[in-house]
Design a protein around this ligand. Sequence first.
Ligand code: GDP
Length: 540
Amino acid sequence: MSEPIASRIETEVRRRRTFAIISHPDAGKTTLTEKLLLFSGAIQIAGSVKARKATRHATSDWMEIEKQRGISVASSVMQMEYRDCVINLLDTPGHQDFSEDTYRVLTAVDAALMVIDAANGVEPQTRRLLQVCRARNTPILTFVNKMDREVKDPLALMDEIEQELGMTVVPFTWPVGMGKQFHGVMDLRQERMRVFAPGEDRVAGTEEVLEGLDNPIYAERFGMQYDNAQGEIELVKEAAPAFEHDAFLSGKQTPMFFGSAVNNFGVQEVLDALVELAPPPDVRESMQRTVKPEEPKFTGVVFKIQANMDPAHRDRIAFVRVASGRFERGMNLKVVRSGKGLRPNTVVTFMSQKRELLDEAFAGDIIGIPNHGVLQLGDTITEGEALQYTGLPFFAPEMFRSVEVADPLKTKQLREGLRQLGEEGAIQVFRPEAGSVLLLGAVGQLQFEVVAHRLEHEYGVKARITAARYNVARWVTCDDAEGQPGSGEKELRRFIDHNAHRVAWDAVNAPTVLLEYAGELRAMQENWPRIKFHALREHA
Ligand code: GDP
């Protein structure tokens, strides 16, 4: 007899682990991703992650951008089974100019694995991503990579991470030596040493393990490096607090591991820690109520939209994080925002990096739904319940351009193209309250270039993208004064009329004020005390 569906959902949800790897470019994210897949037995395709990486570096080349978009659909979510868990690993685009997308990916995970280059320590991109994780109290595991190089002193690194990222670091392993003298790591919990041997081909279970933290053989074999490590471990034991699972779950403590991804060293420990320590899916907040992952009915939220491989079809894949229940191919769903029905028959999963047709999925999983624009960023999909998940962030753009068509007969195509690219989150599009020239807003320069390229190749529009004078944007709202329903709306209208020359409407018709200098914002705040100015908009 088959297991009753309710308990089956519960079992499946409990074995899900959904996480993202975050790092500064070149710290070793791609290498580690590939090794995690290798160790979980998910691939024999070592190299396919790398192939994508190769394209990522050439972002100034238009063709490469195209190629990259296509390839990254297949590899931006990877699912693997390890021990008795199902792991969903989400890639975060490394290029700084795509950071908006990255932030949204982080809303779809339950934990993050931070990779640090031991020679460079905490780098800017890591810091930015970490801030987003910290704001959401996402649990973080830390992997210190490249111990086979001449790197920073491990105690100093530990200190740097604590200081810079505001978390308590709890070492689970400790390195013995580094660079040419890297001998391995002490496993502080299992009290044994795993001996380092360079080489890419070794897999699980083949490395030398020596028992104990003070085995007499260590001094003999590893000399001064062991003496140093022993002294450091003493210090760490005195100074570092005991690991507390709750402190980790709330993002206050991070377990730290040392290794060398390229040499397959330390990778398995991280994978084990992920299934043992990282949490299964948790409850999610919606505007209406709190939703539990093991609820029987399917709900999900669109956190990313990506144009498909074939530009001619204008197919787009909506990445949906399953928030509750069980998804089944062909089931009748509803897009809550539009009230429209959706019956996805060709949903894709991302098992072993191949796009495969998916039959079912559970809370924690990521599914890809191809569509022609029915789904937008931030959309909630349910079996019928009117539910809107909150928390998908849009960031106030920091760069602006005006956009016009070279050929006025193509105005319609331009609008349509920008509408779609805006919905995808590739760019933010603003319609000024006064005037007819559309404005584009981005957080990175490259976004404009990608949009110009895609307008031309996918929509047949040559766009003229020119400088705009704005540098600051804030979404504006106004609450009702106490006992005066409707007064907020009235005040907001007054503000908009008064500032018509610098107010614009975004893709979901939220009013935004555009300014040249941050200083103007302060003046405006003083003049309009009831208006609220937001640098971040969650889905309206
Ligand atoms: P990403 O930009 O974070 O995805 O970084 P990659 O995984 O592409 O790695 C950047 C470079 O560091 C590549 O040349 C890797 O071969 C190298 N690398 C990765 N892990 C290690 C390691 O453990 N030791 C050494 N020496 N190099 C590494």
